[in-house]
Structures are given as C-alpha cells and as structure tokens.
Design a protein around this ligand. Structure first.
Ligand SMILES: Cc1cc2nc3c(=O)[nH]c(=O)nc-3n(C[C@H](O)[C@H](O)[C@H](O)COP(=O)(O)O)c2cc1C
Length: 183
C-alpha cells in the first residue's frame, strides 16, 4: 500500500455513532480486523491485549444498560451488532516494575496500538467503530465474567454506519511539533 492510500484510509476513518442494526458483521471480517490487532508491536513483545467479542443480544443490552457511565448519552451503542471489549493483562516486570523507573504504563500504549491497527483494518473492510472509554469497567467485568487478571480498557462497537460522520477538528502541526527543544 502506498502512502496516499494509507492516508486516505486514515483520513476517512470516523468515530461511528450511528450503526445500521439490520446489517450484521461476518466472523470472517471480524477475524481479519482482529488479525491486524494481533500483529501489533508491544513493549518486550508482551502482547498484553485480550479481546472479547460480544454478539449475544442480551449481553449487549446489559452492557448498554449497566456497563456505561452516566453523563454521555450513548444510546446508539445498542444498534451495533458486535461490541468488542478490549482488555489488558498486566505482567509483573513490564507493566508493574518497569513503570516505577520510567513512569510509563506500557500496556496502555500496547493496547492502544493494537486498537488503532484494528480501527484501520475495520475501515479498510468497510466497517465502522468508535472507541468507548466512558464505561464502567467493574460492571462490564461482572456482566462478562472477566477474570481479575484482565482489565477492560475500551469498548468497541463494530458494525456498518448508516451515514458517514463529519470530520472532527485536529490541532495544527505547529501546535504539536517542535524542533530540537520545546520552547
Ligand atoms: C481512548 C478513547 C476513548 C473514547 N471514548 C469515547 C466515549 O466514551 N464515547 C464516545 O462517544 N466517543 C469516545 N471516543 C471517541 C472520540 O470522541 C473521537 O475519537 C474524537 O472525538 C475524534 O473524532 P473521530 O474519531 O471521528 O476522528 C473515544 C476515543 C478514544 C481514543
């Protein structure tokens, strides 16, 4: 894939908050997108990402009703035929001891990279998604029987968008980039 094609994919991606409840997502496409996540790089190659594909309508309903935090209305979540729960494991050396010295939570970076690759693969497959961080991790753990060794970090509804959302603004390059020193 050439740079222009990749940029087109990246620029065309939107957070989807408008899913078509009539269009299901095939296992084949889901597996293809998850494969992009599986191949992500990670600190010490610990691959801390774990995924739960939730298709069961009752479980999805419970997540929508009891698994979200108040304040942001996300009724649209109920229309997505799949909710992917993205979790992280925590390894003693890389995720507990190393951050004491570096101050960096490597597993959050790792899972973020895997999620970003997943997002782009979904986009390439004509599927839509939205990162959801405003959820009640404890409640979702309870609903799905997620063990104490896994921390849910994000929900990702997956489906077909009814309409393509407008692009959201980004900071200009000069606001995010400096040369040599941050001054
Ligand atoms: C870690 C993370 C958490 C997010 N949580 C939510 C959320 O809880 N609900 C929501 O509607 N959007 C959520 N978003 C989507 C952002 O609002 C969205 O990515 C941002 O506004 C840029 O828009 P775009 O994705 O369409 O380019 C989240 C995005 C990220 C990366």
């Amino acid at each position: 894939m050439k740079y222009d094609e990749l940029m087109k994919l990246i620029a065309n991606r939107r957070s989807c908050r408008n899913y078509d409840p009539e269009r299901d997502v095939s296992d084949t496409n889901l597996q293809k997108a998850l494969e992009a996540a599986r191949l992500a790089p990670s600190a010490c190659n610990k691959q801390p990402w774990r995924f739960i594909v939730v298709r069961d309508p009752e479980l999805r309903k419970m997540i929508c009703e009891k698994g979200l935090l108040p304040g942001i209305r996300m009724n649209w979540l109920a229309d997505a035929p799949v909710i992917l729960v993205i979790c992280s494991t925590e390894k003693v050396v890389t995720h507990w001891l190393a951050p004491i010295l570096s101050g960096i939570q490597y597993q959050l970076i790792d899972v973020g990279i895997a999620g970003a690759q997943l997002n782009l693969a979904l986009e390439a497959l004509g599927l839509a998604t939205c990162w959801i961080g405003w959820f009640n991790a404890k409640a979702v753990k309870r609903i799905l029987g997620i063990p104490a060794t896994l921390s849910p970090l994000a929900l990702m509804p997956i489906g077909y968008e009814k309409e393509h959302a407008q692009p959201t603004p980004r900071l200009a390059m000069e606001e995010i980039l400096r040369q040599d020193h941050w001054k």
